[in-house]
Ligand binder design. Structure first.
Ligand code: ATP
Ligand code: MG
Length: 259
């Protein structure tokens, strides 16, 4: 039987961050969490985007929220009682509070550490590098930086990676989101391996631009037929195994090119 010490050690706390807003942090948090949960891991998502939270919308738990983080802090309930079950996987979600005033870095870390029965705690970080960023990153052991191939997102990712060096993190890796293979092929968009080299950070996931995400996200799930689905699966495999392999779109096209 596993001891509580082992549980604590085995829990992985990963923050999904970016610097720039709107690059896909919440999308990656929700979909990666689901993939890991569907593979049998015990997963809890923690909405660290206090005040501007939308993890509840993206996971479609909005109407089922009874307690949130502020109720946990106020002692109205225990953290596990505030968890809401995902409809698409065995994953649980801790909704964010509307008010961030009582939510200190220490209190947030305490809540995250309380989930020691889980294999993965994935924290959805707010945009920016202010207090909310500090609070979310301080509670984690590992960080995944999400960027898109746009110059401004890459520049913000660079800043964030520099800041992350000041935290006690065991691993920092990269997810490049909204990649257009056709544009990368034509040299109109920078590829994930080049972005990884620029940022000196290994990409562990490349997610294509996928209209299905935009279309279906407001309904709380994206169908498995979506082109991005197997790319999220590869990302989840890397996260689960601690590996850093990925296939760049350019390399993949070369592989399948007719001679
Ligand atoms: N790969 C993708 N293809 C198409 N649309 C995407 C993709 N990833 C995310 N989006 C869309 O981009 C928008 C922003 O995504 P999301 O909310 O996940 O970003 P965020 O980084 O969490 O934003 P914020 O900084 O505001 O919290 C959403 O409308 C989402 O549906
Ligand atoms: Mg978000």
């Amino acid at each position: 039987m596993r001891t509580s010490v082992f549980y604590y050690i085995s829990m992985r706390k990963i923050v999904i961050t970016s610097g720039k807003g709107g690059v896909g942090k919440t999308t990656v948090t929700a979909t990666l969490g689901r993939k890991l949960a569907q593979s049998g891991f015990r997963v809890v998502l923690v909405d660290g985007d206090v005040g501007l939270n939308n993890l509840d919308v993206v996971t479609s738990i909005e109407r089922r929220v009874v307690y949130d983080m502020s109720d946990v802090l106020a002692g109205k309930c225990r953290a596990f009682q505030a968890l809401v079950a995902d409809t698409q996987s065995p994953m649980r979600i801790l909704p964010s509070s509307k008010d961030s005033t009582a939510l200190t870095t220490q209190a947030f870390r305490g809540i995250v550490d309380g989930f020691s029965d889980f294999d993965f705690v994935i924290i959805d970080c707010p945009a920016g590098i202010e207090h909310g960023f500090h609070r979310a990153v301080s509670a984690a052991d590992e960080a995944i930086v999400v960027t898109t191939p746009s110059a401004s997102a890459i520049r913000d990712a660079d800043k964030v990676i520099g800041l992350l060096a000041g935290y006690r993190l065991t691993d920092v890796s990269l997810v490049v989101n909204r990649v257009r293979a056709d544009m990368v092929m034509r040299g109109e968009m920078i590829g994930a391996s080049e972005i990884g080299a620029l940022l000196h950070t290994p990409p562990i996931g490349v997610i294509p631009e996928d209209d299905m995400i935009t279309l279906y996200q407001q309904l709380g799930s994206v169908p498995a037929a979506a082109v991005s689905d197997r790319f999220f699966e590869l990302l989840a495999q890397n996260v689960a195994n601690g590996t850093k392999s990925f296939t760049d779109v350019r390399a993949k096209r070369r592989l399948f090119r007719r001679r």
